[in-house]
Design a protein around this ligand. Structure first.
Ligand code: COA
Length: 334
């Protein structure tokens, strides 16, 4: 069995910044409400008419991660791409990365686990490295939410929260069995699938039915039972973090940096207080990016690393909760 460690990190967000006051111009909302309930000040949204997509943003983040790992595109053995907003219904974005980065005909898979997408993607890549099948895997989380949001007062409870962006890392084989990914824990509870969901277009509810409804059917916009999601998130985050710490015989005080999925600053703060983590043990950046779903952890991890917040031998904890419901955690010794 081999271990896997992160050898390169990168992220990319579109230039266009949308502040809370910008949103006030298109819907009945206000900066105070958004900041108080979510912590978000601004997010990046791909502007209308741009050629950027989930795949192109993922490719930009990937280029940075590959270069920082000291590798070339041809050194990558496999692609794992996490997103809920793929460019096509099918095929997935992973194959687009193979083409965009002019890689060999390596394998590529897409992971559809929404806000837990990056945790699932990292865990999947880790298994391929552990078994010895691959040496260098490109793991991407990318989301293009803005084109699919209801940007009217009707959709304000959801649309103010989400942002566009991508992050990527290279997971590489290491012979050092003390370093790298120590564990991953993954969970799901499908009975709550419709509490945070985009119903259509799906094969059981296809495009003609939406058109025939003359605008009444808005099931192509995300629906979120915000209060219910919040309550479940704080419980599951805490559970899966404890599960990870116990499995590694670590204490909360051993955590050098906790990077929670950036769902909502209030969720992160609740979990921080419940675990009694100091401010310097947690990194949040939802204020500037909103919730970028499968991209949020890898964007935050990259930003924290760029700021020098992660040092050799540090214990880094990643955890996420989201639609599915799905949740999970990864512990890394850097
Ligand atoms: N601006 C202004 N008012 C808004 C608003 C907005 N963007 N969105 C909703 N409101 C209003 C509602 O219409 C409601 O008004 P009413 O009392 O007159 O009916 C009021 O604010 C309270 O709405 P509610 O949904 O009960 O607020 P909340 O305190 O539960 O906060 C969330 C809403 C979405 C911020 C909160 O539920 C949450 O954070 N949930 C978790 C979401 C999350 O993390 N999702 C990602 C999961 S991975």
């Amino acid at each position: 069995m081999y271990n896997s460690k992160i050898t390169g990190l990168g992220f990319y967000v579109p230039d266009n910044i949308v502040t809370n006051s910008d949103l006030e111009k298109v819907m009945d909302t206000n900066d105070e409400w958004i900041q108080e309930r979510t912590g978000i000040k601004e997010r990046h949204w791909i502007p209308k008419g741009s050629d950027e997509t989930t795949a192109t943003m993922g490719a930009e983040a990937a280029k940075i991660a590959i270069e920082r790992a000291g590798l070339t595109n041809n050194d990558i053995d496999f692609i794992v791409f996490a997103t809920l907003s793929p460019d096509y219904y099918f095929p997935g974005c992973g194959v687009q990365i193979q083409e965009m980065l002019d890689m060999k005909t390596i394998g590529a898979i897409d992971i559809r686990n929404q806000c837990s997408g990056f945790i699932y993607a990292l865990s999947t890549a880790d298994q391929f490295i552990k078994t010895g099948m691959y040496k260098n895997i490109l793991v991407i989380g990318s989301e293009y939410h803005s084109n699919g949001l209801d940007k009217t007062t009707r959709g304000r409870g959801v649309s103010v929260i989400f942002g566009d962006g991508a992050g990527a890392c290279i997971l590489s084989r290491t012979e050092d069995d003390k370093k790298g990914i120590l564990s991953s824990h993954l969970h799901s509870e499908g009975k709550y699938a419709e509490e945070l969901v985009v119903i259509s277009p799906s094969i059981k509810h296809w495009v003609p039915e939406i058109i025939d409804s003359n605008g009444k059917d808005i099931s192509y916009f995300p629906y979120m039972n915000g209060t219910f999601v919040f309550k479940n998130a704080i419980v599951r985050f805490s559970e899966v973090i404890k599960e990870a710490l116990t499995a590694n015989e670590l204490a909360v005080t051993d955590i050098d940096l906790f990077i929670p999925h950036q769902a909502n600053l209030r969720i992160s703060q609740f979990v921080q207080h419940k675990l009694k983590l100091r401010d310097d043990q947690i990194y949040n950046n939802i204020m500037n990016y909103g919730n970028t779903t499968a991209a949020s952890i890898i964007i935050a991890l990259t930003e924290a690393w760029e700021m020098g917040k992660i040092k050799d031998d540090d214990i880094v904890l990643l955890a996420a909760f989201g639609s599915g419901f799905t949740w999970g955690s990864v512990i890394i010794r850097w």
